[in-house]
Write a protein that binds this ligand. Structure first.
Ligand code: ZN
Length: 156
């Protein structure tokens, strides 16, 4: 099986069988993201413990297969990780998508399957939407010293 086919299968699997889907009532960060270019929407419910571990990451959303697969993949990549490591994972994903960096499977997990989206520049925002939304939520959480926050983000 060609690598491109394998990656397409991973993306379609997350799109059709999304992981960590559904609202989480005990989340302390709720953040919505919109990509107006494509009409993609994601809403994240993040639960960050007092010792800065992302203990749960849930989402709801609709939009194209790339945006919805990306958010499903992202929730799997960050659940159980310290916030500092999640920051590195976000940076690594953005570097792969936006700067052409080599994919790092150890950090990104199934996220490496989105590498091929780089060949379709108009779709890159679909892939990074949930990651930029996550970054905003975690940054504001750090600023707010851990209180409950609700925010929204629009790709521009
Ligand atoms: Zn899209």
């Amino acid at each position: 099986m060609a690598l491109d086919d394998l990656y397409r299968d991973v993306i379609m699997d997350h799109y059709k069988r999304p992981r960590n889907q559904g609202a989480a009532s005990d989340a302390n960060i709720v953040v919505e993201g919109v990509n107006p270019l494509c009409g993609d929407e994601v809403k994240l419910w993040l639960t960050v413990s007092s010792d800065n571990i992302v203990t749960a990451a849930n989402f709801e959303g609709h939009g194209c297969s790339i945006s919805q697969a990306s958010v499903s993949i992202m929730t799997e990549a960050i659940t159980g990780k310290p916030v500092a490591e999640v920051g590195r994972i976000i940076s690594e994903f953005r570097a792969m998508m936006l700067d052409g960096a080599d994919a790092n499977e150890t950090l990104l997990g199934d996220g490496i399957a989105l590498e091929g989206v780089r060949d379709f520049p108009v779709r890159i925002k679909c892939a990074v939407l949930s990651w930029n939304t996550l970054k905003l939520g975690l940054d504001e959480h750090q600023e707010s010293s851990g209180g409950h926050i609700e925010l929204s983000h629009t790709e521009s």
